[in-house]
Design a protein around this ligand. Structure first.
Ligand SMILES: [Zn+2]
Length: 224
């Protein structure tokens, strides 16, 4: 069953965070994933169709490193926009799901709709069409990394913004971007890999733990 409301990390323990990365793979995704593995952090990467096809070797490497790879749709549309038909919304899921299946991404394949745009109608459509997937998975904490890259600001400033945003909520799913699907300037200037190398030790100093992106305990009621 697909949830009417996207899943988040609200039931996580205090000072537990899950790192998630959208819109990739990007040029530094593998370096980022290798850094996280060296720090014993397992993250989730929500990839979209075109990038999955262009950088399929990066997706395979993410799996080898033990990270979770999820579906971030084929074309990065707002699925709740009125011009997106039910059939188009399903196709957005299906095309990327097929690409991920081909690369060996195991089930359940998690889905994060672009912009987190989801509603009860889409849940009904996905359930009625019996789409095999889990979610949707949204987030609790967004430090706006892509805005830092758009404005050519530094990883230090970006990491500080994330620490502030995380300290405000103290737990949950953190949204970051290893590429940008709809902003070529931000995509080219992306420095999320450097940011995460500042963020992980800083959060550990503050007493945070990094939880594996395993929403299954929350969402298994809905998985066929
Ligand atoms: Zn996105």
């Amino acid at each position: 069953m697909w949830s009417d409301r996207p899943l988040t990390g609200s039931s996580q323990a205090e000072r537990g965070v899950v790192l998630t990365f959208d819109d990739g793979p990007g040029p530094e995704t593998v370096a980022l994933a290798e850094y996280l593995r060296s720090e014993n952090v397992t993250a989730a990467f929500f990839a979209w169709g075109r990038r999955v096809r262009e950088l399929s070797a990066s997706v395979v490497r993410l799996l080898e490193l033990g990270h979770v790879v999820g579906n971030h749709s084929e074309n990065h549309l707002h699925l709740t926009d009125t011009f997106v038909t039910d059939e188009a919304a399903l196709a957005e899921f299906d095309m990327t799901d097929a690409a991920l299946a081909e690369l060996g991404v195991p089930k359940p394949r998690y889905f994060r709709p672009p912009y987190g745009a989801w509603n009860a109608h889409l849940a009904h459509v996905f359930n009625a069409a019996r789409r095999d997937g889990a979610g949707p998975i949204n987030w609790d904490i967004d430090g706006g990394d892509h805005l830092f890259w758009r404005d050519r600001r530094s990883p230090e400033e970006c990491a500080a913004a994330y620490v502030k945003a995380i300290e405000k909520r103290r737990k949950g799913v953190v949204l970051l971007h290893d590429f940008s699907a709809d902003d070529a300037v931000a995509a080219a200037a992306n420095r999320t890999c450097s940011t995460v190398q500042l963020l992980v030790p800083r959060l550990r100093d503050l007493g945070y733990s990094f939880l594996a992106p395993d929403w299954i305990s929350e969402s298994k009621r809905g998985i066929d």
